[in-house]
Design a protein around this ligand. Structure first.
Ligand code: PEP
Ligand code: MG
Length: 872
């Protein structure tokens, strides 16, 4: 390690040195460079921290260099550590390169001991000096010497109780002296040694302790959550103390250059007169609004406002500043980029473009896909308190409150009556769609992010919390349980599908308000992205919503959803038919209802491509529950139709239906099913043309495994088009790449198909061998928690496996057909990280649920901008 870079005075650094000085140190250095009033100090760098973590000690030569800086600081301040005349006190604060608020330790008032206390008392007053002393003993005791915080609090409570006051801030000088004595006794009892009085000894130990706090559990967990590398280390900033609690001309506070909640372009903040920084955080007294500072300390307010503006101009972004006023003098202790709500992020980005501070590229970069997502869905009001009952997977964003119902029928009935209900199920199936549709939200105990409930909820834009495995349901008692809490049908619960939280009772929600700035920012995103964005939409309503959100077509219409509800008896007739005539009759009826569905869909997406996937569902999903039929059979309550249904259910039942007779395989057994759908679709398109519309139809074959099978299916499609004289309609025919086999044989499949669309839900399931419905919730999270998988592969495409298959299939698909159109319509199409990957591999479009379309538009622009930055 080089000597020059392990400790540095603030004036020798700059904001560029963030890796070395940490965020706080780099910004302090920058502010000193700008000539702002920053208490002097120096930074012991991350390099020194890494060395400390490697060796477990603060090396003597480093300490010598630190002492030089201390000497220089003493000279600058005209004060000396531990002096009786003019004592210098310092703060010792952590500050890592990545923001880790509150995760590591800080020691304030360092340098105080019996001598310095006397000196400080002479300058101020006895009570003030003793209060500073007891705060130091408490922090140093806990953080550096490892004394149990509760034990220290216990001593404090005793003294407070003996004095008959409410808290330590009301103790007088004598009582504080008593408290300090007792706290020092506790330290001696616990460690066998006196708390050191020598300030330099205090400093050496405090720097080591703050370095060590990089590795505390809290910091480690936070880094894991935020994806911050473990080897960065933290810097330590040693800075002259200034006191906001030195009387009525002193104060401390936090100020933002713009309102971090609404984004309004005016300073915003909280402050407290005669207080120290931690008092503001601890909420000991009610803080005052920054606007009041203008009345109470007008000069300070004007100076602070000016500094906020200068800092914002300098950093070209909203700043969050900590300040202290000591005896009428303003000091800036910290500045950093202000964290902001989604709404504020949007407003600030657009306003800064208007003000000429940043360009449109930068504005697009500054709004995150999560911000866009949050702006579209109501959420729990962050200002209110609530108690979380349990947490499941955040499966579909948005928040809702409603009465618990435990069956889909009940949800549908009550929902139709206008009641707000939440459907709570172990899991859902296509039988439950009417209930999902009528409920405000859904909670399931099992199932992951691509479980039935999650997909349907996202496509409906409803909140869902899935895989909440603490939930057990007792249908007889009409209750569900979490631990020893029982919630009955009819009781109100609330859930937030962006966080996975479930709460008993009603929680106030805040509503989304997409405004003009939202549309403007997304237009800027559109101008920058290369990926197209389509929607997964099954109905004309979904299609209309998707179009409003900017979808450029439908990338996946799952036609099986059109077979539900009042169509179920027709499907059953087809399955139960005893001969071809009966089967043909049933199909004819289905054909006419499908034609209407398609006509509405094509109208809603007129002029844009509509990708219709032919049926992909095991037929037994359309049959009633086996257990109910068996029970009726056992009690002799089964009529002839019931008996036929039971036979059919048994015939079609499969042990592993996801790998069974679904999708194109079913059509190999019954090609007439696909022919029927194609006829309905092409007739609808003809009608649309006749009405002066502009339909663009893409017919997609699901779950293919190779070229010959794809060729056969495309053959039935062409025959059906001929049957209805559909030559005039713009139709292209493609296949889904959602089996590993199809990915490996993409070349021969593209030889047959005009377009390929990756079905990454099935492709993930089959590549990793993780059932999307069974293990996703239960197994995947522990895998991610234990570092066995880098991400939930159903949420973000698993690049080493599924990603590799996609990449190679793109190349081989293009060998099969040079101009093959390539898209993705699995749930990953709405996931920002996956969108970056799909951009990089060169797909033409992603398709996602309607409410994810704006998110995907922004994420696609981010991918394009990142590529441009990388090329520079
Ligand atoms: C997929 O498998 O990724 C897909 C889009 O199809 P589904 O989710 O309907 O199986
Ligand atoms: Mg699929």
């Amino acid at each position: 390690m080089t000597d020059a870079t392990d400790v540095q005075a603030f004036e020798d650094g700059s904001a560029e040195d963030r890796e070395l000085l940490g965020g706080k140190g780099a910004n302090l250095a920058e502010m000193v460079g700008l000539g702002l009033p920053v208490p002097p100090g120096f930074t012991v760098t991350t390099e020194a921290c890494r060395e400390y973590l490697r060796t477990g000690e603060l090396a003597d030569d480093l300490w010598e260099r630190i002492e030089h800086q201390v000497d220089a600081l003493e000279e600058k301040m005209g004060r000396t550590l531990g002096d009786v005349e003019a004592p210098l006190l310092v703060s010792v604060r952590s500050g890592a390169p990545a923001s880790m608020p509150g995760m590591m330790d800080t020691v304030l008032n360092l340098g105080i001991g019996s001598v310095a206390e006397e000196g400080l008392a002479a300058e101020t007053d006895e009570r003030f000096a003793r209060d500073a002393h007891r705060r130091f003993v408490e922090m140093f005791g806990e953080i550096v010497l490892g004394i149990d915080a509760d034990a220290l609090a216990g001593v404090r409570d005793e003294v407070v109780a003996d004095a008959g006051v409410d808290d330590a801030s009301e103790l007088d000088a004598d009582q504080l002296a008593d408290l300090i004595g007792r706290e020092r006794d506790l330290v001696r009892g616990e460690t066998g040694e006196d708390l050191p009085d020598d300030p330099r000894e205090q400093l050496r130990a405090a720097i080591a302790a703050v370095f060590g706090s990089w590795d505390n559990d809290r910091a480690r967990n936070y880094r894991r959550m935020e994806g911050i590398p473990d080897d960065l280390g933290t810097a330590v900033n040693v800075q002259a103390m200034v006191f906001g609690n030195r009387g009525q001309d002193s104060a401390t506070g936090v100020a933002f250059s713009r309102d971090p909640s609404t984004g309004e372009p005016r300073p915003y903040g909280d402050w407290l007169r005669d207080a120290q920084g931690e008092d503001v955080v601890a909420g000991i007294r009610a803080t005052e609004d920054l606007a009041d500072l203008a009345d109470e300390m007008p000069e300070i307010h004007a100076q602070l406002t000016d500094i906020l503006q200068r800092l914002e101009e300098h950093y070209r972004d909203v700043q969050d500043v900590e300040f202290t006023v000591e005896d009428g003098t303003l000091w800036i202790l910290q500045t950093r980029t202000g964290k902001r709500s989604a709404q504020a992020a949007l407003r600030i980005a657009v306003d800064l473009v208007d003000e000429g501070v940043i360009d449109e590229d930068e504005a697009v970069r500054r709004v995150s896909p999560d911000d866009i997502d949050r702006l579209l869905h109501p959420q729990f009001d962050p200002e209110v308190d609530y108690e979380v009952l349990t947490t499941g997977l955040a499966a579909s964003p948005g928040a809702a409150s409603g009465e618990v119902v435990l069956t889909a029928d009940e949800a549908a009935r009550r929902g139709r009556d206008g009641d707000a209900v939440i459907l709570v199920r172990i899991e859902t199936s296509p039988d439950d769609v009417h209930g999902l549709d009528a409920a405000r939200g859904v909670l399931t105990a099992r199932g992951g992010l691509v479980s039935h409930a999650a997909i349907v909820a996202r496509s409906l834009g409803k909140p869902a919390v899935c895989g909440a495995d603490e939930v057990t349901i007792d249908l007889d008692a009409k209750t569900f349980q979490v631990g020893d809490v029982t919630v009955s049908e009819g009781e109100v619960i609330s859930l937030d599908g962006a966080t996975g939280e479930v709460v008993v009772g009603e929680v106030d929600l805040v509503e989304p308000r997409p405004e003009e700035r939202f549309h403007l920012l997304l237009r800027w995103a559109d101008e920058r992205r290369r990926l197209g964005v389509r929607a997964n939409a099954d109905t004309a309503d979904d299609a209309a919503t998707a179009r409003e959100f900017g979808a450029e077509g439908i990338g996946l219409c799952r036609t099986e959803h059109m077979f539900l509800g009042d169509r179920v008896p027709l499907v059953r007739r087809f399955v139960l038919a005893s001969d071809d005539d009966e089967r043909t009759d049933a199909l004819r009826e289905l054909e006419s209802v499908q034609e209407e569905d398609f006509a509405a869909l094509l109208e809603a997406m007129d002029g844009l491509p509509v990708t219709v996937r032919l049926l992909d569902a095991p037929l037994h999903e359309f049959l009633p529950d086996t257990e109910e039929l068996v029970a009726a059979d056992a009690t002799g309550d089964l009529d002839d139709e019931g008996a036929a249904l039971l036979d059919a259910v048994r015939t079609w039942a499969e042990v592993n239906p996801m790998l069974g007779t679904r999708a194109v395989r079913l059509a190999v057994l019954h090609p007439e099913l696909y022919r029927m759908q194609v006829r309905a679709l092409v007739k609808a398109a003809e009608r649309r043309r006749g009405d002066g519309g502009d339909p663009h139809v893409q017919i997609m074959i699901p779950l293919v495994i190779n070229g010959p099978e794809t060729a056969a299916a495309i053959g039935w499609v062409r025959e059906a088009i001929d049957e209805v004289d559909g030559e005039g309609v713009d139709v292209s025919i493609g296949a889904m790449i959602e089996t590993p086999s199809a990915a490996l044989l993409a070349e021969e499949i593209a030889g047959e198909a005009q377009f390929l669309s990756f079905g990454t839900n099935d492709l993930t399931q089959m590549t990793l061998g993780f059932s999307r419905d069974d293990v996703a919730g239960r197994v995947v999270q522990p895998y991610v928690d234990q570092g066995l998988l880098p991400v939930d592969p159903f949420q973000s495409v698993h690049e080493d496996t599924v990603g590799r298959l996609v990449r190679s299939a793109v190349a081989s698909g293009r060998r099969g057909r040079e101009d093959v159109d390539l898209g993705i319509c699995g749930e990953h199409g709405g996931d920002p990280d996956s969108i970056r990957f799909f951009h990089d591999v060169g797909l033409a479009y992603v398709s996602c649920s309607p409410f994810r379309v704006p998110v995907a538009r922004l994420a696609a622009a981010h991918a394009a901008l990142a590529e441009r930055d990388d090329d520079r």
